[in-house]
Design a binder for this molecule. Structure first.
Ligand code: 16G
Ligand code: MG
Length: 548
């Protein structure tokens, strides 16, 4: 039970805010996300939940990130980070939802009821770290968070502006400090130094060719990348040109730039001045997504998305494991979602000869699946992803006695990669250094990277429907098959069977009030016809709002 004094403090603090009328909140794929004006009471609830979560885990540090990622500047959001830097445990999402919807007058009671239900020892300490992206609404929301954490007597540290992955890193460092799993120094400087030191190690004997232009979506990744560049200090010949790093003009965030723009529009930001074959990359607003691209000699835009980063990373790690003589001791797997281009999956299976697996969309699903491998490479096509190394992998890499200088070099490189890669969560800055390392080792320009396989032409469409909740996928199908509405999957199958190498699926978005339709096929025109047919089939059963 919470003490009467704490309950009183919660009620008093909560009543400073007003709940938006008639709005139902839900902790979704990436936490709560909406117009920033509506978020005060949600943030307050998240503060309360973080206190319970930390107490439940005997005072381990819990993270709270205030961000709306690639959403427009007027939005904001919040998500919780668990002790090892992972996403909040799924079961607790429902508790977050419950608290966020509780009336303010009785939120202290709901807090107390939850504490008994989850069996939280209320005398345990609670510790929280939080940070935010550069959105104008962030400072107000952090004020609300402060009020909730103060009322529940939480010990907290405000890390001010950070990328989402930096906060995940801090949480993991804080909780592993002084243990055998020590992850690094829990500070922003510690983060840069860990990346820079391991980058230098793995770059020994090779040099980056040409410059890299990084579009920072006018978000928090801009100033943080500049800090990282200072610490890297031209190591390995890395020459980064930072663009779209305006964090002063609040409306510039994610506007006509950033990873989401580039991936969905399949074009470079209009502001791009990159020349033919120049290596370019884009981060999203909170720097947990990364895509690469270039314009070829015929002025055609070429995207190197998350699937490409996954195949590049898996091939390099496989190659190093081979050279280190430990490939028999490590099971390396690649985790993808239904959005992964079929050609990438073929390449992983047939050329890299590695197992692949599909999970539902959303980082947490991929991350959990990756942890079942010694080395789990996971990326969503949209650029979210990382590589995880389990305890066995770390032991094998650390304890294998090299039999030759070449083996020694490979083992040291692998060891450095385990530090270069942010294993807590997908991290655009760390992933970018990983890609740069691999391209330098292979001596590849983005053109050679693109040449590893040819993507099947694909289309992704957004369809507004009356009620997206009727679009339910079959459990265990990784969202590749629908069980409802009745008959729709059969219709999709029948369209699909009329085209070559064709695949299409439909799923309800977890972040927007819409349904997504994906189709790929051997040619552009086939993929186009397929997506149109499936879209029409969805429209028929879903009755698009516009047609009502
Ligand atoms: C969120 C997820 C992302 C997923 C996307 C799908 C995290 C950190 N982010 O942004 O992984 O790809 O949602 O959105 O988990 P959708 O459900 O609207 O298609
Ligand atoms: Mg993001």
């Amino acid at each position: 039970m919470a003490s009467p004094a704490v309950k009183e403090a919660i009620t008093k603090a909560a009543l400073q805010y007003t709940k938006p009328q008639g709005k139902v909140f839900e902790y979704g794929t990436a936490g709560f996300r909406m117009k920033a004006d509506l978020l005060n009471t949600v943030i307050f609830a998240v503060g309360l939940l973080a206190s319970l979560r930390s107490k439940k885990l005997s005072g381990q540090w819990i993270g709270i990130m205030v961000t709306a990622s690639h959403n427009p500047a007027e939005d904001n959001g919040v998500k919780l980070v668990d002790p090892m830097g992972e996403m909040l445990e799924a079961e607790w999402e429902a508790y977050a939802t419950k608290l966020a919807n509780a009336p303010l007058e009785s939120i202290a009671d709901v807090y107390d009821e939850l504490a008994s239900k989850i069996d939280v020892k209320m005398t345990n300490p609670a510790r929280v770290v939080f940070a935010r992206d550069t959105r104008a609404s962030g400072s107000r929301l952090v004020g609300v968070l402060n009020a909730a954490l103060t009322a529940t007597e939480v010990e907290f540290i405000d890390f001010k502006y950070m990328t989402t992955p930096q906060l995940h890193y801090i949480v993991r460092c804080k909780n592993t400090l002084g243990t055998q799993y020590e992850y690094g120094e829990p500070s922003e400087q510690g983060y840069y130094e860990k990346l820079a030191t391991s980058f230098k190690k793995v770059m020994r004997g090779v040099k980056v060719q040409g410059s890299l232009t990084v579009d920072c979506a006018n978000g928090v990744g801009g100033p943080k990348l500049r800090e990282l560049i200072k610490v890297l200090d031209t190591a390995g010949g890395l020459d980064i040109k930072v663009v779209n790093d305006d964090v002063i003009n609040p409306d510039a965030l994610n506007f006509d730039c950033g990873a989401d723009y580039v991936k969905t529009k399949q074009r470079a930001p209009p502001s791009s001045k990159a020349g033919a074959l120049d290596r370019c990359a884009s981060l999203d607003g909170d720097a947990d997504r990364l895509v690469y691209y270039f314009v070829d000699e015929t002025n055609t835009f070429r995207l190197l998305d998350g699937d490409r980063i996954a195949t590049l990373a898996a091939s390099f790690i496989g190659y190093l494991a081979q050279n280190a003589g430990i490939s028999q001791k490590l099971n390396i797997g690649v985790i993808q979602t239904a959005y992964a281009n079929g050609a990438s999956t073929e390449y992983i299976k047939k050329v890299l000869k590695l197992p692949t697996e599909y999970t539902k969309t959303g980082v947490k699903h991929l991350h959990h699946a990756a942890l079942r491998y010694d080395v789990g490479v996971y990326f969503e096509a949209n650029g979210h992803g990382t590589v995880t190394f389990n305890e066995n992998a770390m032991k094998v890499i650390r304890n294998t006695e090299p039999q030759s200088p070449a083996q020694k070099h490979a083992l040291e490189s692998l060891q450095a990669l385990t530090d270069l890669i942010n294993q807590a969560v997908g991290d655009a800055l760390s992933d970018m250094l990983l890609v740069e390392v691999i391209l330098a080792h292979k001596g590849w320009s983005p053109k050679e990277w693109l040449g590893t396989y040819t993507d099947l032409p694909s289309f992704l469409e957004r369809v507004e429907v009356d009620d997206r909740s009727i679009f339910r996928t079959v459990e265990g199908s990784a969202e590749r098959e629908l069980e409802s509405p009745f008959g729709l999957q059969e219709e999709i199958n029948s369209h699909q069977s009329q085209f070559n190498q064709a695949r299409s699926f439909v799923r309800a978005s977890g972040t927007e009030d819409a349904v997504r339709v994906y189709a790929e096929a051997a040619t552009r025109s086939e993929a186009d016809s397929l997506v149109k047919r499936v879209r029409a089939a969805v429209g028929k059963v879903g009755k698009p709002k516009a047609q009502q």
